[in-house]
Design a protein around this ligand. Structure first.
Ligand code: ATP
Ligand code: MG
Length: 167
């Protein structure tokens, strides 16, 4: 398929704009924090698929934050090898025993608070598959129920072709 060099800041910005529009949210409800000292972060892959993954994560962040959405997105480099997108919301949160399960097919966290929010349990299964198809991974973490959730998508960092040219 169509593998290209993907500028993660611009991909995430596009996804934020789409999500704001879809949910009729004011611009300040979803922010992409600047990455200190970094101009551009690239990964190699299928832009359309990565967009689908990021849109799913943002959609969840909005959907599972029923009282007042505020979403912070950040991009960081780790080990000179990975680019990590983190999406932190102010929503219903998760107990630790759900961090892994929510990525499995058709799985939805049981309980009354969650049952009111509709879904099929496929979004994060797709997100994790897309991350893995790119040689990366998707993970979840939360300080606990009611305390918000952070979903991370980690992808191999790619250098743009121009940076390999030395003379
Ligand atoms: P859909 O297929 O429409 O995405 P879904 O949102 O239920 O349905 P997933 O996106 O796979 O399915 O998420 C699985 C479950 O993980 C959700 O049902 C929800 O219980 C939990 N979950 C996902 N994202 C969050 C979040 N940001 N905060 C709290 N719980 C979440
Ligand atoms: Mg979902």
């Amino acid at each position: 398929q169509n593998r290209t060099l993907i500028d993660m800041q611009s991909l995430v910005s596009d996804c934020i704009a789409i999500t704001l529009q879809r949910h009729h949210l004011p611009a300040e409800t979803i922010v992409l924090e600047p990455t200190p000292g970094i101009v551009r972060l690239y990964t190699q892959g299928i832009a359309e698929d990565l967009r689908t993954a990021v849109l799913n994560v943002l959609d969840n962040a909005v959907k599972y934050s029923p009282e007042g959405v505020h979403i912070r997105c950040s991009l960081a480099i780790s080990d000179y090898t990975w680019v990590a997108l983190r999406v932190t919301d102010t929503g219903v949160g998760l107990p630790a025993n759900q961090f892994k399960r929510i990525f499995t097919r058709f799985y939805r966290v049981p309980g009354r608070a969650m049952a009111k929010i509709k879904g099929t349990g496929l979004g994060l299964f797709l997100v994790r598959n897309i991350a893995r198809q790119h040689g990366g991974e998707a993970t979840a973490i939360s300080p606990g129920p009611g305390l918000g959730t952070t979903i991370s998508i980690t992808l191999p960092l790619a250098a743009p072709a121009s940076s390999a040219i030395t003379n």
